[in-house]
Ligand binder design. Structure first.
Ligand code: GUN
Length: 304
């Protein structure tokens, strides 16, 4: 292995420790506990798992989480009413609506309704619009891309002047990651399913952020020697027995899976200069940055 491993678990823990220390200082000074409202519409198991982890982190860091599970068939009006109440509630500093929403709901209208001072996910059009404009700063940066940039900076990777390639253009990761890199003076190429000569484009990257959701798509020979690789992908791939049959978990009776990123780690680590593992790379950073944003929301609202 030639690449330096970027330990997201360790760096996320450092961020969490800093947030917990700052929260404790605020409490000692008689200030209220920062509060985060989590809104979960419907019963998607993956979304419920993510939200539970966010609530747990809040409690561990001395903040309060207020959970709002809502039925999958809630109407747009009812959801908007719930959000208006959260906007007006002084105990709540941050509001997080877990995405995706059920198909009948208008995501854009929902995100637009969240007060900009409470938009700790950074997904409201105002925050994203500011991120996209030169010389303007959003109040909050979306948590996963924020975590990607934080990992690069903590690892000493120079962003200014670098050729950065972002694989994927989602609203949650790819697009805000590209905007953040532009803001830090990288030269950015955004690739997607229609990009031609993808391996050739990726080979130009000093920095690669892979967020395309395709298991191990990026091969070692796509990577420029010494590049910094941030792998956002979390893909489950099935495991097999030697005879080719699916490997079944004795505990759950279900087929066993292994988590892999969008980058073939074994190949890439021999070429790259820096690389994040999956799991233990970008994953833990999303919640750590959400905690940072929630603390910042409390600081903004309490006038510090
Ligand atoms: N769904 C997948 N990632 C995220 C995230 O960072 N925030 C929210 N609200 N929903 C998501």
């Amino acid at each position: 292995m030639t690449a330096q491993l970027i330990d997201g678990k360790l760096i996320a823990q450092q961020v969490r420790d800093e947030v917990a220390a700052e929260v404790a200082k605020r409490l000692a000074a008689g200030k209220p506990r920062p509060g985060l409202a989590t809104v979960l519409v419907g019963d998607r198991v993956d979304s419920a798992t993510y939200v539970a982890a966010k609530q747990k982190a809040c409690n561990e860091l001395g903040m309060v989480s207020y959970h709002h599970p809502l039925p999958a068939d809630i109407s747009q009006d009812e959801l908007e009413r719930a959000l208006r109440e959260l906007n007006a509630d002084e105990l709540i500093n941050g509001i997080l609506v877990q995405l995706p929403l059920p198909g009948h709901l208008d995501e854009e209208r929902v995100l637009q309704l969240i007060s900009i001072e409470k938009d700790v996910d950074g997904f409201s059009p105002l925050n994203i619009g500011r991120l996209a404009q030169k010389g303007r700063d959003p109040l909050f940066v979306p948590c996963t891309p924020y975590g990607c940039i934080y990992l690069l900076e903590k690892s000493g990777v120079k962003i200014e002047g670098a050729n950065a390639v972002v694989l994927g253009r989602s609203n949650i990761v790819g697009m805000p990651a590209a905007l953040l890199l532009i803001g830090k003076n990288a030269t950015v190429t955004v690739c997607h399913s229609r990009t031609k000569n993808l391996p050739e484009v990726v080979r130009q990257a000093d920095i690669l952020i892979a967020a395309i959701g395709r298991p191990e798509m990026v091969r070692g020979d796509w990577i420029k020697p010494g590049a910094a690789i941030i792998d956002v992908g979390i893909n489950g791939i099935p495991l097999f027995n030697e005879d080719g049959s699916p490997l079944i978990s004795e505990k759950t009776g279900k087929p066993r899976q292994k988590l892999v990123g969008d980058v073939n780690f074994e190949e890439a680590k021999e070429v790259a200069g820096f690389i994040t593992p999956v799991p233990g790379g970008v994953g833990p950073m999303t919640i750590a940055m959400l905690m940072r944003n929630t603390l910042r929301a409390a600081q903004i609202q309490q006038g510090d």
